[in-house]
Design a protein around this ligand. Structure first.
Ligand code: DCP
Ligand code: MG
Length: 370
């Protein structure tokens, strides 16, 4: 079998879309330790450092066997010297001191707890910690009146959102959505994306992309759907609501790219959704896509985040994979694949079309767990 992780024919910045990343892989314990450090770097605002851990983690997930030596680790593209040394330490002692330190750091435990609340990012989490708050009660006591509505909702929903969902929980919610959509019109298509589509057993939220063969039917759908969900008692909390500008070109997108939660131009709402069988409020992210953008919407929302990073890099810079060269010069977003020179959209019907266009081998969603 061809060993893609060691394949010398590719040397690009987008190995995440070239390699295969199954959920079940050979270096789980090591990945767990490195993930802890990655998370700590992320919460401390060290984005570059976090990314280099993430790259190494993805490389380890795709590695076709258990790493046995430091020398072996160093050869893998994506594993730098520093992380290779940590792997050496791990192979010798069974642990990585830096990961132990993070696991025992009360600053990390508290800031990561804060940052796991919807609406609270690393900056706010660090800010709260810096002000001396050590629990949500501290935050509410000191800042209760000044918190934004979104953060207030995030805190209110936290005990529910913290509870993970099984695949059955996600499927139950999808069935409810189908029923509510049928009440609006026949013919809607709904695709559960995110970790669920990648095969994860345990999910933090439920992300769905919704479309309809007739483009007109998706035009005001977000409003209709959210209103129906509220009227039927499923949704009480709307954490984020944004109607998109699906037809916008890429230049427009760049103007907006820094804006929170608007990394694509699809209409979407992030909701607190009361799951009938358990009564637990679940985070359900509704993404509406016109039929013509559906393939990109599904590909962009399936993830993982690191797979999406690799995909965007591949589109931009190109590369060589399995003997095929792709020149780059494109921009991928969940609302379209664009030629960077002309800002024109490439018409693609299916995810398979996108992979073919990009000269990539098809990657099943379950192999996108980079
Ligand atoms: N996504 C992205 N960039 C974002 C948000 C989402 O690329 N800013 C894509 C990649 C994610 C997918 O959408 O994998 C779904 O987002 P989630 O945050 O729900 O992530 P997952 O579904 O992968 O994991 P979880 O189990 O935590 O929900
Ligand atoms: Mg998700």
């Amino acid at each position: 079998e061809r060993n893609i992780a060691l394949d010398p024919t590719y040397n690009n910045v987008a190995y995440e879309v070239v390699r295969k990343h199954p959920l079940d892989h050979h270096n789980k314990e090591l990945v767990e330790q490195l993930s802890l450090i990655e998370k700590q770097r992320e919460i401390d605002g060290e984005a570059r450092s976090a990314l280099s851990y993430r790259r190494a983690i993805s490389a380890l997930i795709s590695y076709p066997r258990k790493i046995r030596s430091w020398r072996e680790a160093k050869k893998i593209k994506g594993v730098g010297d520093k992380i290779a040394r940590m792997i050496r330490e791990y192979l010798k002692t069974g642990t990585i001191q830096a990961a132990e330190t993070v696991a025992n750091s009360s600053r990390f435990l508290i800031t990561s707890h804060f940052a796991s609340i919807y609406g609270v990012g690393p900056t706010t989490a660090r800010d709260w910690y810096g002000k001396g708050y050590r629990s949500l009660e501290d935050v509410l006591d000191a800042e209760g009146d000044t918190l934004s509505n979104v953060v207030k909702m995030g805190i209110e929903l936290f005990p529910d959102f913290q509870q993970k969902m099984t695949r059955k929980d996600v499927e139950e919610i999808v069935e409810v959505l189908k029923e509510v959509l049928r009440g609006i019109a026949e013919g809607f298509v709904i695709c559960p994306v995110g970790g669920y589509r990648r095969g994860k057993e345990i999910n933090g939220d439920c992300d769905v992309v919704i479309t309809h063969p007739e483009e007109a039917k998706t035009k005001n759908l977000l409003r209709q759907l959210v209103d129906a969900l509220k009227a039927q008692g499923y949704v009480k909390h709307v954490l984020w609501y944004g109607e998109g500008h699906e037809k916008d070109q890429v230049s427009e997108l760049r103007l907006q790219s820094g804006k929170k939660n608007s990394f694509d131009h699809l209409s979407k709402a992030f909701t607190g959704f009361r799951q009938p069988s358990t009564g637990i409020n679940r985070q359900v992210d509704l993404i509406i896509s016109p039929q013509s953008l559906y393939a990109c919407a599904v590909l962009g929302w399936t993830g993982s985040k690191q797979f999406e990073r690799g995909l965007r890099n591949w589109c931009k810079y190109g590369g060589v994979a399995a003997g095929h060269t792709f020149k780059g010069g494109y921009h991928f977003a969940s609302h379209g694949l664009f030629d960077r020179r002309t800002n024109k959209r490439v018409h693609v019907e299916t995810e398979e079309d996108i992979f073919k266009f990009l000269k990539l081998e098809w990657a099943d969603p379950t192999l996108r767990n980079a």
